[in-house]
Design a protein around this ligand. Structure first.
Ligand SMILES: *[C@@H]1O[C@H](CO)[C@@H](O)[C@H](O)[C@H]1NC(C)=O
Ligand SMILES: *[C@@H]1O[C@H](CO)[C@@H](O)[C@H](O)[C@H]1NC(C)=O
Ligand SMILES: *[C@@H]1O[C@H](CO)[C@@H](O)[C@H](O)[C@H]1NC(C)=O
Ligand SMILES: *[C@@H]1O[C@H](CO)[C@@H](O)[C@H](O)[C@H]1NC(C)=O
Length: 506
C-alpha cells in the first residue's frame, strides 16, 4: 500500500497555485477541510459502540472510583492526597477520595491517588496497612475488584495476598479481612459502595480494555469500516478540498507498537493517501496523541489524565522521530499538504519553552524530507497569548498557527442564545482570528470548529445561520479551516450528517 501513489497514476491531480505574501506562501485555494476524528485515534463519544464488547467496560484505564465503607459510612481517602496512609473518614468524596484505575485485566487493577502514588500495602507491627506511597507499581499493588452479583456497585477489594481490604475504623484501613467471613451486609467492614468520577474513552482504554487477543481484530474492523473510500469521494464532491487526519505516536511503530496499542493504523493512513490522491484531496497529518499525552484528554490517548509529554527530553526526541517517520513516508505523495507537529498541548502543564524547543526540532524533521509541506504549530490550550508562537513561526517558511474555535467548554457560552452565539462569531471570533492573521506573520488555520453550541433546543434555521457565520469568518484564515469532524453519532458534530441534511452547504 505504502508506495501506491508512486506506481499508480490516476490522473486526478489537485493543483495548488501558491501565492506569496510577505514571507509566507499562501495556499490557493485555502484549505476547506474536514477532520477524520475518531478514526485512527479513538474517541469513545464519537463512536460509543466501539466499546460495547469490553468486559467490565465501566472499569477502564483512567476511571475514577470512590469507595464508601458500609460500616463507617465514610469514604476511603488518600490522606494528604497521597504519600501516606489510606483512611476511611471522609463524609464527601472529591479529589483525595478518588482512586484512578490502571487496568491490568477486567478484574485486576492498580489504583492511583491524587498525588500520583499507587495504593499498596505496608506491614506495620501486626497490621498490614493500606498506603499510597509508591511512585511505581509493584506486584503487591495489584487489586481485584469483586462485584456483588446482585449489585455491581457493591464491591470488595482483594489484595494479591488473598485478603480483603477493610475499614477497621475511620483511621485504620487494613488488608486482612478473610474471604469466608464476608456477609456482604452493612455490618461487613470489607464491603464498599463504589461510585464513579470521570472517565476516559480513548485509544489506550479501548485497546487495553479488549486486551491483546481481541483488540487487534476489533480495531481493524473499526478502521476498515469507519472511514472508507466512498467517504473521500463524498468529501471531494461536497465542496471540500482536504482532510485533516489525527494520528497517534504509536503509528510510527507499526506493525508492532508497544502494548496496549495494536498495529495496522499505518496501513490505513497509506490508504487515506491513496484515496486522497484519487479524489484530488490534500492531506494534513495531525499528530493528535504524543507519547505521555500532551493534554491529559482521551483524544491524546492519556492513560489516566496525566500529562507526561515534555517532562523529559526523551518524550520530545521520540515525538520528533514520529514526525520524521511520517514525513519521510509521505513526502513524495502529491497529497501531502501539511504536517501538524502536535495537537492542543495544554498550558501551563506544557511550557512554552519546552514546546518551542520541540517545534524547532519538529520543523527541521519535516524539512529534512520536504521543502513544500506546510508545518502547522498548534497553539496551546489555556489562558495564553494567541501570538505566543509568532517569534518562532514568523522566521520559518510555510509555517502555520492552528487555532481551535468552539463555542463550548467554557462558562462563557453556557446561557447564550442562538443569536448571541452568532454575534460572538461575527464580533469576537473575527477579532480573535484577526489578531493572529497578520500580513507578515505565520499563516493561520482554524483546524477545528463545529456548528454545535450549548443551546438546548435550536431550530434547523438557527443552526444554518450559525454554520454560515462561522464559514464566513473562518474563510479569512490564510491557510484555511477544518470542521470537527466527518462522522459522529452526535449529528451536529458530523459534517457528513450536516451536509446530507441541509444544515451546511459549501
Ligand atoms: C515520588 O515522586 C515525587 C514527585 O516526583 C518525588 O518528590 C518523590 O521523592 C518520589 N518518591 C519516591 C519514593 O521515589
Ligand atoms: C443475592 O440475592 C439473593 C436473594 O436475595 C441472596 O440469596 C444471595 O445471597 C445474594 N448474593 C450475594 C452475592 O449477595
Ligand atoms: C482522618 O484520619 C486521619 C488519620 O487519623 C486524620 O489525620 C485526619 O484529620 C482525619 N480527617 C478527618 C476529616 O476526620
Ligand atoms: C465580545 O466582544 C465584544 C466587543 O469587543 C465585547 O464587548 C464582549 O465582552 C465580548 N464577549 C465575550 C463573551 O468575550
Amino acid at each position: 500500500m505504502a508506495l501506491n501513489w508512486l506506481i499508480i497514476s490516476l490522473g486526478v491531480l489537485f493543483c495548488v497555485v501558491s501565492v506569496s505574501q510577505g514571507r509566507q506562501t499562501i495556499p490557493n485555494p485555502p484549505m476547506r477541510a474536514v477532520n477524520l476524528g475518531g478514526w485512527l485515534v479513538t474517541e469513545g463519544w464519537i463512536k460509543p459502540s466501539l466499546f460495547d464488547g469490553i468486559p467490565n467496560k465501566d472499569l477502564l484505564d483512567g476511571r475514577g472510583l470512590q469507595f464508601k465503607s458500609v460500616t463507617t459510612k465514610k469514604y476511603l481517602c488518600a490522606e494528604l492526597g497521597g504519600g501516606t496512609i489510606i483512611v476511611a473518614n471522609r463524609t464527601s468524596a472529591s479529589s483525595w477520595e478518588t482512586f484512578t484505575l490502571w487496568r491490568i485485566n477486567e478484574n485486576t487493577f492498580n489504583f492511583r491517588v491524587f498525588n500520583k502514588q499507587f495504593v499498596g500495602l505496608n506491614v506495620k507491627g501486626n497490621e498490614i496497612e493500606v498506603v499510597a506511597q509508591s511512585n511505581t507499581t509493584t506486584v503487591s499493588d495489584v487489586f481485584h475488584i469483586v462485584r456483588n452479583s446482585n449489585d455491581s456497585n457493591r464491591v470488595r477489594i482483594k489484595t494479591s495476598n488473598g485478603f480483603y481490604l477493610q475499614a477497621k475504623t475511620e483511621d485504620l484501613v487494613t488488608a486482612d479481612h478473610e474471604e469466608e467471613t464476608s456477609t456482604w451486609g452493612d455490618d461487613d467492614p470489607s464491603v464498599f459502595v463504589m461510585g464513579f468520577s470521570g472517565k476516559l474513552e480513548g485509544e489506550f482504554q479501548v485497546t487495553n480494555g479488549y486486551g491483546p487477543t481481541r483488540a487487534p481484530q476489533v480495531m481493524r474492523d473499526h478502521w476498515e469500516t469507519f472511514i472508507v473510500e466512498e467517504d473521500f469521494k463524498f468529501i471531494s464532491e461536497n465542496g471540500l478540498n482536504a482532510v485533516r487526519i489525527p494520528v497517534g505516536w504509536w503509528i510510527a511503530k507499526d506493525p508492532s507498537p508497544p502494548r496496549p496499542y495494536v498495529g495496522g493504523s499505518l496501513t490505513m493512513l497509506d490508504k487515506a493517501f491513496f484515496w486522497a490522491q484519487k479524489y484530488g484531496l490534500k492531506v494534513i497529518i495531525d499528530l493528535h496523541a504524543a507519547p505521555g499525552s500532551q493534554n491529559g484528554f482521551e483524544h491524546s490517548s492519556s492513560r489516566d489524565g496525566s500529562i507526561e509529554w515534555g517532562k523529559t527530553d526523551d518524550t520530545i526526541h521520540q515525538t520528533v522521530d514520529v514526525i520524521d517517520f511520517l514525513t519521510a513516508r509521505y513526502a513524495k505523495s502529491p497529497s501531502l499538504h501539511a504536517v501538524e507537529l502536535i495537537n492542543e498541548p495544554l498550558s501551563p502543564s506544557v511550557q512554552l519553552e519546552t514546546l518551542t524547543k520541540y517545534y524547532k526540532a519538529g520543523y527541521d524533521a519535516v524539512r529534512r524530507h520536504s521543502s513544500t509541506a506546510y508545518v502547522i504549530f498548534s497553539n496551546r490550550l489555556g489562558n495564553i497569548d494567541a501570538r505566543e508562537l509568532f517569534t518562532l513561526a514568523s522566521g520559518l517558511s510555510r509555517s502555520v498557527i492552528d487555532v481551535h474555535y468552539y463555542n463550548l467548554f467554557s462558562s462563557t457560552f453556557e446561557n447564550m442564545t442562538p443569536q448571541e452565539n452568532i454575534d460572538f462569531i461575527y464580533t469576537n471570533r473575527t477579532g480573535d482570528l484577526g489578531y493572529v492573521t497578520t500580513s507578515n506573520g505565520p499563516l493561520t488555520f482554524v483546524g477545528e470548529w463545529v456548528a454545535e453550541w450549548g443551546v438546548k433546543e435550536a431550530t434547523k434555521e438557527e443552526y444554518q445561520r450559525y454554520a454560515k457565520a462561522q464559514l464566513e469568518v473562518y474563510k479569512r484564515a490564510s491557510f484555511g479551516w477544518a470542521y470537527w469532524t466527518l462522522k459522529n453519532v452526535n449529528n451536529h458534530w458530523s459534517l457528513e450528517w450536516m451536509i446530507n441534511n441541509g444544515y451546511i452547504k459549501l
